[in-house]
Design a protein around this ligand. Structure first.
Ligand SMILES: [Zn+2]
Length: 242
């Protein structure tokens, strides 16, 4: 081949790009071979909002000093390809309501951006880890035995809970040996607590050991106990001794 012009760029020829006619033909063949696939609707930003969406509302009660009013998080889902084997439920939009106007502007910004991410399609589960990694420089707070680095991190937990409920996220399963270890240690601790607190039979054993537990840096639960010289989290099984 004679090169008569200056080379300004190049592409490596491969089977796909060498013959566009071929490519079109193969795409057509593929579509013919799998007619159902071609009709599958994927999440896309131009997808029209259906008249009716299914929603879930989560109440977030944060301590008084963090926010003077509760927050209500509503996540509306769209069901794509309903009634077919490709039926798929995905979040479509999110709203956050609170009487507390102190947080108003970032809440509006966050809900707009999260809704936009939902509607873009593709993998949206990264939002959970992004939100959960946000730390409030004024310090986090404790909520139901779990350390919350910030309100935004708690929103991440709500999104995680929702995505788990609609099947877009899987709950990380503990392996059987880890679960056995946790159960054993909990039983040991319950035994200790019962003998030490025989006068206070009303106190649940679980709470009495949790009072002495420290904060797990992996799952944020207040559930790390030192047993046999080894710090082990009795929630997620994280252990410093393997
Ligand atoms: Zn843990």
């Amino acid at each position: 081949m004679k090169i008569s012009k200056k080379i300004v760029g190049f592409n490596v020829a491969n089977n796909e790009s060498s013959n566009t006619a071929n490519k079109e033909q193969s795409v057509a063949e593929l579509a013919k071979a799998t007619p159902a696939k071609a009709d599958v609707i994927q999440m896309h930003e131009t997808l029209q909002r259906p008249e009716k969406l299914i929603g879930s509302t989560y109440k977030l009660s944060v301590p008084e000093h963090v926010s003077s009013h509760a927050m209500y998080i509503t996540i509306n889902d769209v069901i794509l390809n309903e009634g077919t084997e490709h039926e798929h439920r995905r979040p479509f939009e999110v709203f956050i309501n609170s009487k507390n106007l102190e947080h108003y502007q970032w809440i509006v910004a966050l809900t707009l951006i999260m809704s936009a991410v939902f509607r873009k399609g593709g993998d949206i589960t990264f939002l959970v880890e992004e939100l959960k990694s946000v730390f409030d420089p004024r310090g986090g707070y404790w909520n139901k035995g779990k350390y919350m680095p910030s309100i935004i991190a708690e929103l991440g937990n709500v999104i995680e809970q929702h995505l788990t409920e609609i099947g877009m996220l899987q709950q990380p399963e503990l392996d059987s040996t880890q679960q056995k270890l946790i159960d054993e240690k909990k039983a040991e601790l319950a035994g200790d607590a019962n003998s030490a607190q025989s006068t206070n039979a009303d106190a649940p054993a679980e709470e009495s050991w949790q009072a002495n537990a420290t904060h797990c840096s992996k799952c944020n639960h207040k559930a790390v106990m030192v047993r046999d010289g080894c710090a082990t989290c009795l929630n997620c099984g994280d252990s410093k001794c393997g």
